[in-house]
Design a protein around this ligand. Structure first.
Ligand SMILES: Cc1cc2nc3c(=O)[nH]c(=O)nc-3n(C[C@H](O)[C@H](O)[C@H](O)COP(=O)(O)OP(=O)(O)OC[C@H]3O[C@@H](n4cnc5c(N)ncnc54)[C@H](O)[C@@H]3O)c2cc1C
Length: 489
């Protein structure tokens, strides 16, 4: 059961969002304690709320201006803000860099948005334990710049380097390297979070294993800001591999590409990246990056989809031997040819692939689907998606982290009703294939209706019970992930 939050001040002792106050007109009383907590300059309301704060990158989610954007600089300030929000019954949405693709950080109009622009410190890089401790606003590119000179890497690489680690934790972000290194949850060792009532809690630590009670770190990862607000993250980092080769293999059919994937994964060459890019998506991303990969025209003409495989290692000769083994395997699996790209072109292709979302958006895509399925089921899944596209009058192009079964589909169907029916069918197909509706982008507000439609009610009940324990007033991340608003009942 859900109930509306009481931002209008129904609860005893609660402040109201619309009472009069100095400086802010009707919201002054509500904002005053926030200003006391973080300083006047760091509470933005009205016209001072920049457009960037009103949305993320999700295609289907409308911008919303919150009551205020609050910019804390420390855990203590986050705690003070949440304590006040609980007292005032103010809904709270956390925001990292706003690069999310599911509307997860979409503000609520009568709530506050806590943005982590001022919590961007890399607190420690512990080279002996191979651990980095960061504030939630630290971005992937910032962390990479700090780790590179030390010969280290945080290998989880969701495609947008401007994304924050706090956002990555909240969405359990994945990215291209998941096939070798796993996703965010495989690299988070501990968290500091602030609970809905302002209490600070720590989980995990610098240690790499633990068998001491429920694993709250893992529970919080992927909870999309609905259970707590993250203020510090302890991350496992890895040695940075010096040698890399990018292999491009065109195939005449998508089915052959999909069938090749499990064979490559089980071959032992251990790719760091294993992506598929269909011919439409490839034309888009190479065209927009001005990239010429040297594939002869006659091969291009016969190609329906490409596999891109990156192999990495510490020693050039070993990487070379793996490339040879991979090339032989790809040929036996039906590749029309195998190209080992020059280093610069390889890096440019990966970078262009990371921008595939923006290319699809510029081309007029109406939505993005990131369902995940067991990788052996990909050929059947893609065949079914092609049928569904026909049935619902949509154009669907794709690329994705096929090595871990995460196929990204760009959906071109402007009619909301048709698109909803199509997405519903795609998600039920993915679930029937043993998969899930979001492999890495999360549910947020954009996929909420599909999530609620397709989940086992028992699972949803348990999730809501957990939500109740963490956030009894239902103030954190309302209307997303579980659709809980107010008392989760
Ligand atoms: C071009 C492009 C490519 C992308 N490629 C990938 C990809 O390959 N793999 C992938 O997984 N994602 C990808 N993404 C999506 C996006 O980058 C990730 O979802 C990322 O984790 C979002 O981080 P953010 O800092 O922008 O979070 P935001 O968008 O700001 O927020 C995302 C969620 O995290 C919550 N949140 C943020 N900070 C905190 C905090 N401190 N405490 C609690 N909750 C918090 C928000 O409330 C929201 O629910 C891509 C996005 C773009 C634009």
């Amino acid at each position: 059961m859900t109930a509306k939050p009481t931002a209008a001040g129904a609860a005893d002792g609660a402040l109201t969002a619309h009472e009069g106050g100095e400086g802010d007109g009707p919201v002054g009383d509500v904002l005053a304690p926030l200003r006391a907590a973080v300083g006047d300059a760091h509470v933005l309301s009205g016209a001072r709320v920049h457009d960037d704060y009103t949305h993320d990158e999700a295609m289907t989610v409308q911008p919303v201006t919150p009551l205020a954007v609050v910019l804390p600089a420390s855990t203590k300030e986050v705690s003070d803000v949440l304590r006040h929000a609980a007292r005032a019954r103010l809904p709270v949405v956390a925001r990292g860099s706003g690069t999310g693709l599911s509307g997860g950080c979409q503000p609520v109009a009568d709530g506050i948005l806590i943005a982590f622009d001022r919590m961007r410190a890399i607190k420690e890089i512990d080279t002996e334990n191979q651990v980095a401790v960061v504030e939630p606003g630290v971005t992937l590119e910032q962390l990479d710049r700090a780790l590179a000179p030390l010969g280290l890497i945080y290998p989880v690489s969701p495609g947008e380097p401007a994304a924050s680690l706090g956002g990555n934790v909240a969405t359990n972000a994945g990215g291209m390297r998941a096939v070798r290194y796993g996703v965010t949850r495989h690299h988070v060792l501990g968290l500091e979070v602030v609970l809905a009532d302002g209490t600070v809690m720590r989980t995990g630590g610098k240690f790499v294993k633990c068998s001491s009670g429920y694993d709250l770190t893992q529970l919080l990862i992927g909870s999309e800001g609905t259970l707590a607000v993250t203020t510090e993250i302890t991350l496992k980092v890895e040695p940075r591999l010096a040698e890399a080769a990018t292999v491009l293999a065109p195939f005449a059919t998508l089915a052959e590409v999909a069938k090749a994937v499990p064979q490559i994964v089980s071959s032992g060459v251990d790719p760091s990246i294993l992506e598929y890019i269909d011919v439409v998506a490839m034309a888009g991303i190479t065209g927009s990056a001005g990239l010429e990969l040297g594939v002869p025209e006659e091969i291009k003409a016969a190609t329906m989809a490409y596999l891109v495989v990156v192999l990495e290692g510490m020693q050039a000769d070993r990487v070379e031997a793996d490339v040879e083994q991979l090339a032989t395997l790809l040929s036996t699996l039906g590749a029309l040819d195998v190209f080992v790209l020059p280093t610069t072109a390889g890096a440019q292709l990966i970078s262009a692939r990371e921008k595939a979302f923006f290319v699809a958006k510029a081309a007029g895509a109406d939505d993005i689907v990131d369902a995940v399925i067991p990788r052996a089921g990909i050929p059947e899944y893609l065949a079914r998606v092609a049928e569904l596209a026909l049935r619902h009058g949509a154009l669907i192009t794709g690329c994705g982290h096929v090595g871990d079964g995460n196929v990204h589909l760009s959906i071109f169907q402007p009619d909301d009703e048709h698109r909803h029916a199509l997405l519903h069918d795609i998600f039920t197909t993915a679930i029937a294939a043993g998969g899930a509706i979001a492999g890495e982008h999360g549910i947020g507000t954009a996929k909420l209706e599909y999530f609620l439609e397709t989940q086992d009610p028992v699972t949803l009940d348990i999730m809501r019970a957990i939500k109740r324990v963490f956030d009894p007033l239902g103030l954190l991340g309302p209307d997303r992930l579980l659709g809980v608003t107010g008392d989760p009942g």
